[in-house]
Design a protein around this ligand. Sequence first.
Ligand code: PLP
Length: 474
Amino acid sequence: MDPETFRAHAHELVDWMADYLAGVEARPVVPTVAPGEVAAQLGRRAPEHGEGFEAIFEDFERIIMPGMTHWNHPGWFAYFPANHSPPSILAELLTATLGAQCMSWQTSPAATELEQVVMRWLAEACGLVGMTGVIQDTASTSTLVALLTARERATLHRWGVEGAAAEGADRLVVYASAQAHSSIDKGVKLAGYGLDRLRHVPTMPDDSMDVAALDVMIAEDLARGLIPACVVATIGTTSCCGVDPIAEIGPLCARHGIWLHVDAAYAGSAALLPEHRHWFAGLEFADSYVFNPHKWLLVNFDCSAYFVRDVDALRHTFQTSPEYLRTTHDDEVVNLRDWGVQLGRRFRALKLWFVLRSYGLEGLRAMLRDHIQWAQELGDQLQAHPTFELLSPVRFGLVCLRWNDPTLNLSPDDLNAANAALLARVNATGEVYMTHTVQRGVYMIRLSVGQWQTQRAHVQRAFELLCRESKGLV
Ligand SMILES: *Cc1c(COP(=O)(O)O)cnc(C)c1O
């Protein structure tokens, strides 16, 4: 494709993008395609001969678009958000255009320096003290990086050299709340601890980690000759946004020399708000911390902010120095390939920079406050409603609810089935999309407010649909 053809198609696409963003609300949030339906319309082999852009784009609209779920629909209330924003999209266009690899300072000096600067901005905006940041692709990877670094610290960096034969390698233990995200289980598997060595600490009625139970588990493991290596605490658990008490877990970890990693993948954006900082109390004890600007801070996927206190421990874990990667400036600069799993790195700092500059911290705070307020309002309405229940205090932008008409005296199983049916009905409208969780045997509908185009009216519409579709449910 020559530059002039590129220019013409790029203009068309930018118009398409602007129309999409302006009109996404008119589309059903979730597509109705059956499994295999999209694949069946695609060729069985890669084309032998190149095709024109018009034909490709026509198929994009005809085959791909009807199979897309619109995560940035204002009626998106499912899972946690993965929001984006126009400035972020523009930056991503530039990143793709530059096509740079940002593994070393030398391979794109501006990319490394911009990443260091925006991560410092972010750390300060979130009240992180004494931590250094690096952008990873996802929270899953950030947590894996933390678990690997904790493993190396606990074995005095011998595991990386001797493997499982290293002194202590077969005695390491990891602790996380029973409500911690599945990425912790995955990381524990991959980092070689073994799932049998992951202790699921019970939770309190408010979904936070039971620190007394953690204390007992650590003591028992020590008595058995095991080595507590890492505690993963969560701020904003996936089911109901429970918050582990970092200020209590931190001193316990410090006393035993245990690596404390804090996963705030979703809720971490709320650290921008002084009135929500109390959830983050104790973060000064954390050895590492992750939150995802790609969830709730208008930076499109992927952009996971990973912060670490002991940069040397991180580098020692990931560094290798093959001759073909040596550059003349290695002694004066930072090479971010040594700060994580991958060698090749995308230029992700650019979109974070565009977003921080376009909205300013005040603009981002205003958005977060709106989302939290609309979630709170909905929580109040549910509590006051005769046939709805708020099942968990509204934390951040998440509302956990169910329908329950007390005059019907339904059994727990019937209530669960009725709420699953209600969720299916509401989602079938195509106007909104919510998901569910099950806690202590109770089926809950989860409604998380966090899209950039979502307004109070959309949250209220979701409530109207819940009320309307609950009529005649049983
Ligand atoms: C979303 C989430 C994750 C996983 O995030 P990815 O970036 O998709 O890997 C991990 N932990 C928590 C608490 C989350 O909310």
